[in-house]
Design a protein around this ligand. Structure first.
Ligand SMILES: Nc1nc(=O)c2c([nH]1)NC[C@@H]1CN(c3ccc(C(=O)N[C@@H](CCC(=O)O)C(=O)O)cc3)C=[N+]21
Length: 286
């Protein structure tokens, strides 16, 4: 029997808690605010940004979508970020990726005030995560949401072998840091890993974040393992699928997240949760 890890259901619980927290803050005179900056008109990005905006408003937050032309220069983008760094009604700043090629993405990440870094991508916050620094700081929402899902299903990483496939700054590396901080024994595997599938089979917790549709199938999964699929890929018919072949994992994995309805909704819910935390930490000194 394979347990379905229902990201949508856990996201709903997180969102309910966030909504209650927003109401409490508003009563205290603080309305959490988020700005999502989108450069250019990539249709997929526009849909994601609209979804985030809709969710933020539904939870009672102040939400702005700042749409900039594809021709926006680096200097213009930096000056817009400076504007929101100085805006007390905004607690979280998210610059949607991908960005056009004239934009230097790492410099943009560095320009965001670490206290408003709702993605948790600023090196100051990444450094705090990796050093397991005490105190409050934002952590990348996709891996943090995955940790929330694991906890919701009573899956404790301590002492387990975890394999993270993918070494991105936004998912793989922070995921490995969170699992390490939670006392798992962690391997980061990637496109240059020798015998990747044999490495995958060692995992009690397998997180797959490669962007390669159906890279991992049931034969690559240790029986009973927890499988977290971060993929958002399109198959030959344009259907949204994950990096894991969900059907062949049935009966082998102990638990698995679906795509859609797994990691995606948790990412958005955690983003909202982080925005509220940033507001609390900065405006109420908590
Ligand atoms: N600075 C920045 N921060 C991000 O967090 C960020 C970004 N840039 N750029 C793009 C990616 C993509 N991303 C998604 C989050 C949730 C879903 C999601 O909710 N997916 C649903 C449904 C998707 C569908 O049906 O198309 C699901 O998996 O069930 C999708 C995609 C955040 N991103």
């Amino acid at each position: 029997m394979t347990t379905l890890i229902d990201g949508k259901a856990v996201a709903k619980q997180v969102n309910q808690a966030t909504q209650a927290e927003v109401a409490k803050l508003v009563e205290q005179g603080v309305q959490p605010g988020i700005v999502v900056i989108i450069v250019g008109a990539d249709p997929a990005s526009q849909i994601y940004v609209r979804n985030k905006n809709r969710k933020a408003e539904k939870l009672g937050m102040h939400s702005i979508v700042r749409e900039l032309p594809v021709s926006t220069t680096q200097a213009e983008l930096l000056s817009i970020i400076a504007e929101y760094n100085a805006d007390p009604s905004i607690h979280g700043i998210l610059v949607q990726s991908p960005l056009p090629k004239q934009i230097n993405e790492p410099l943009v990440t560095m320009a965001i005030d670490p206290k408003k870094d709702v993605d948790g991508f600023h090196p100051t916050n990444v450094g705090k995560l990796v050093t397991n620094f005490p105190g409050n700081y934002p952590v990348a929402n996709t891996p943090r949401g995955i940790m929330t899902m694991l906890a919701a299903y009573d899956i404790d990483p301590a002492g387990k072998t975890a394999v993270v496939i993918g070494r991105s700054t936004i998912v793989g590396k922070p995921m490995a840091a969170l699992l390490t901080n939670a006392n798992a024994t962690v391997t980061i595997a990637h496109s240059r890993t020798a015998d990747l599938k044999a490495v995958a089979r060692t995992a009690d917790i397998l997180v797959v974040a490669t962007g390669i549709a159906h890279l991992i199938s049931g034969a690559d999964i240790k029986p009973g393992a927890t499988v977290i699929d971060v993929g958002m890929d399109r198959d030959e018919n344009g259907k949204l699928v994950g990096d894991v072949d969900f059907d062949s994992a049935q009966g082998i994995a102990g638990a698995i997240t679906p795509v859609p309805g797994g990691v995606g909704p948790m990412t958005i819910a955690t983003l909202m949760q982080t925005t509220v935390e940033l507001a609390k930490w900065s405006d109420l000194g908590e």
